[in-house]
Design a binder for this molecule. Structure first.
Ligand SMILES: *Cc1c(COP(=O)(O)O)cnc(C)c1O
Length: 235
């Protein structure tokens, strides 16, 4: 995609975020945009970075590591892993990312904790919740989140920062809001039960539902298509 188009799209997304914040009484400084760059070349990230965008989300480990190398001259970039995590990938995630949005298994959490290099700050993690209770979706069920979060208290190299969800796709604004409201409720319950954790991050909202997510308290919207355009199907 043309440089000028990415730059324009980013400005448009920021404007959309601001408008949604005004509409729903949120402070725009509380809502951060994560640019989801999966399947996009390093050059596209470089263009986005030139606009001041620093946080980038990647789903596929080898692809992400390759791009990190190509962009090593931009140390200010903050890398978020937002894809599925397999056990044999935890070391490279622990060594190369600032954030993980998709934590849902104790065994993976333990490995990430053990493999996080001492020279790096704690790995910031979000618990992925299967909020729409879909059999096909990753994430843990809402009823299991408290128990899981308690287990994470034992892992000193992880910083549990909040919750993430990918709700069932819906075009309906009210339905979109319902799923996000459930995640926000769960966050409120968790904050009360575990005040020792700083669970202020709600990673929710993508290109198609960012306004609904902001209406319900999102602090981190994950935007791919609206910034970089449609993705080629992954082969
Ligand atoms: C791809 C992806 C996104 C971005 O989706 P868009 O609809 O392109 O904005 C957000 N979150 C996750 C977890 C993704 O895999």
């Amino acid at each position: 995609m043309l440089h000028s188009v990415i730059t324009e799209h980013i400005a448009k997304v920021r404007q959309q975020v601001e408008q949604a914040c005004h509409k729903f009484g949120r402070n725009p400084s509380e809502v951060k945009v994560l640019a989801v760059s999966k399947t996009q070349p390093a050059e596209a990230i470089r263009v986005a970075a030139a606009t001041g965008q620093q946080a980038f989300g990647e789903n596929y480990l080898q692809e992400a590591l390759q791009k990190q190398q190509e962009l090593a001259d931009l140390p200010e970039l903050e890398w978020h892993f937002i894809g599925a995590v397999q056990s044999n990938k935890t070391r490279e995630i622990a060594e190369n990312f600032a954030w993980l949005h998709t934590l849902a298994r104790q065994k993976i959490a333990q490995r990430l904790n053990d493999q996080r290099p001492a020279k790096l700050p704690k790995l910031k993690v979000l618990i992925q919740v299967n909020i729409s209770n879909e059999a096909s979706k990753a994430g843990i069920l809402p009823s299991e989140v408290l128990g899981f979060a308690k287990q994470l208290l034992e892992l000193p190299r992880l910083e549990v920062c909040g919750l993430m969800c990918i709700p069932k796709v819906s075009e309906d604004f009210t339905q979109q809001r319902q799923a996000f409201a459930q995640l926000a409720d769960l966050q409120a319950q968790l904050m009360q039960a575990l005040p020792e954790l700083n669970l202020t991050t709600l990673s929710m909202g993508m290109s198609g539902d960012l306004e609904a997510a902001i209406a319900e308290g999102s602090t981190l919207v994950r935007i791919g298509t609206a910034i970089f355009g449609a993705r080629e199907p992954k082969v």
